[in-house]
Write a protein that binds this ligand. Sequence first.
Ligand code: ATP
Length: 232
Amino acid sequence: MLKVAGLKVNYGAIQAVQGVDFTVNDGEIVTLIGANGAGKSTILKTISGLLRPSAGTITYNDQNLAKLSPSKIVAAGIAQVPEGRHVFEGLTVAENLRMGAYLSPKTRDEQLKSVYEQFPVLKERRSQDAATLSGGEQQMLAMGRAMMAKPKLLLLDEPSMGLAPIYINKIFDIIKRIHAQGVTVLLIEQNAAQALQVADRGYVLASGQVKMSGTGQALLANDDVRAAYLGG
Ligand code: ATP
């Protein structure tokens, strides 16, 4: 279980996250929704150790993540798919995937086989430069690369951003499939409607604070959420 309590994160004088509490139970899909600048990405980067909190705690199965390096956090079972995908251009699809297993070289080939089964398109394109993939394929590559680390908890930062509708649906199907294999998911999305549809629970963030929380279905039906995030 991931437990975030009293989390504050600053960029210099800017208080991007202002005392946030939430939990992600094992086996859940939890989504954080909210407008641009609400603090969603900052929270995700702090969980994965790229940023440090100025106050509060982040615990994962009773380990204090704030004390661990990003690679120790990956070793603890948490992998992040960053906003904007960040595939390594100039490297092939297969090379990108292998990078995702840098902490576990012994099981890399076995894990690569499993990721190719999950993402047949990545197998087809394994020798191709990652830069030549479409946006949707690059998103799959970024997700496949994270799965190479065999995470127990997958952090997804805006996976549907900038994709054509057909790819958006595919990405949400993949999220459901990964979850069905026993991976817990923390999903950040501006596409609140689809995120709440797949999520067990959600938290609505605004100006660095949690304004509302509930089951995905309850938030989808909430008038304030509908007016602010679902186009009325
Ligand atoms: P988006 O969907 O646009 O990424 P978000 O909800 O993920 O939005 P954050 O990226 O976490 O929001 O940003 C929260 C606040 O922190 C915003 O006011 C943003 O301008 C600010 N911020 C984010 N990154 C930095 C940075 N590197 N330096 C200074 N301020 C930052």
